[in-house]
Design a protein around this ligand. Structure first.
Ligand SMILES: CC(C)(COP(=O)(O)OP(=O)(O)OC[C@H]1O[C@@H](n2cnc3c(N)ncnc32)[C@H](O)[C@@H]1OP(=O)(O)O)[C@@H](O)C(=O)NCCC(=O)NCCS
Length: 314
């Protein structure tokens, strides 16, 4: 069942996007050093096949037959995800569109004849729409328990494998995993503010908020928050954020501070913390250090925010 449901989720959220330009398959000349604009390569006993922009192949005088448009399915699909390629190929075949599939670590890519690209995008949109209305398993939000922690740490490692701060792959274990590990045992840990999102029995998201201060005034410091990559951009992060805000209001907390993209967190009411007189622990964070003042925000609170001790690892 899980596999079927995951496939429905993948199809519903696959977001096909066409890259600019035209692409060709060429057999790379034996012995020539690899150079210039290669987007994919497959080594076989007979030689090396590469995919590169048509203009680049022309510039290098390389021969080709097939000229393709490149469509990326922007949803993150695990390499072991079952059925996505088959479903997409079948839909395109039924529409008499030939298609070559390349699987990258993060996404699947389709090369279709250039002239068929607009129709292929329509077929993929229709396929995706068929699954958008399929009932999804309900998302359960609940308190984290100690038994969940291995799964939460694994999920956090996956979510932060590419650093949101730099956009580059994390070197070794992401620092957010180390911070989270330490937060579980910290005195600033708050039961009721470490929340997991569970879908079909699987932990697919987590958020934690711990005690923080401005001077003597207590507030919450939120983070890390992470969602399983293959299920990102489907509302799970928003559900965790809204749950945290509701819990914070119910618990009589006065505000929540966090470090993150203003583009994302402004939708929940976060504003640059400095606009409320709350200074960032690191001046370089600028407007990325944000505050959500809650109903009980007292006003007159000024000073530098102090996170729970484990954040010193950052
Ligand atoms: C950030 C994260 C928790 C959001 O959870 P999510 O379930 O993917 O997000 P939602 O589906 O609720 O919201 C998706 C929307 O937020 C936007 N969004 C997600 N991450 C964003 C980011 N870092 N910056 C700007 N916008 C972002 C998406 O573009 C999407 O917008 P749209 O609805 O207009 O298309 C999740 O993407 C994640 O785990 N990312 C990797 C770890 C990370 O960056 N954590 C936060 C560090 S501050």
């Amino acid at each position: 069942m899980t596999g079927d449901r995951n496939l429905q989720t993948l199809l519903a959220g696959m977001r096909p996007v066409q890259r600019g330009g035209e692409y060709v398959y060429v057999l790379w000349p034996h012995g020539r050093p690899l150079a210039g604009g290669i987007e994919a390569a497959v080594r076989e006993a007979e030689g090396l096949t590469v995919v590169l922009p048509r203009a680049e192949a022309d510039r290098q005088g390389l021969a080709y037959d097939f000229v393709g448009a490149w469509i990326t399915l922007e949803i993150h699909s695990a390499l072991e995800a079952v059925g996505l390629t088959a479903a997409v190929s079948k839909a395109l075949t039924d529409a008499r569109i030939s298609c070559n599939v390349l699987a990258g670590f993060h996404h699947d890519h389709l090369l279709v004849p250039v002239a068929d690209a607009p129709r292929a995008l329509e077929v993929l949109a229709e396929l995706s729409a068929q699954y958008s209305d399929v009932p999804r398993p309900e998302l359960l939000l609940r308190n984290e328990t100690p038994e969940d922690r291995d799964a939460i740490l694994a999920l956090t490692a996956e979510a932060f494998a590419i650093s949101p701060a730099t956009g580059l792959p994390a070197e070794g274990e992401p620092v957010e995993v180390k911070v989270l590990h330490a937060l579980f045992d910290a005195t600033e840990y708050l039961p009721g503010f470490s929340v997991v999102a569970v879908l079909d029995g699987e932990i697919v998201g987590h958020v934690i908020s711990t005690r923080g201060w401005v001077g003597e005034h207590e507030l919450l410091g939120l983070g890390p928050i992470g969602v399983t990559p293959r299920l990102q951009r489907q509302g799970i992060g928003s559900a965790l954020m809204k749950e945290t805000i509701a819990r914070a209001n119910a618990a009589g907390e006065s505000g929540i501070a966090l470090l993150g993209s203003p583009d994302y967190y402004s939708r929940f009411g976060f504003v640059p913390a400095a606009s409320f007189g709350v200074e960032s622990p690191e001046a370089a964070w600028g407007d990325h250090f944000q505050l959500l003042p809650l109903a009980l925000w007292p006003g007159g609170v000024h000073g530098t925010f102090r996170y729970a001790e484990p954040f010193m690892l950052l």
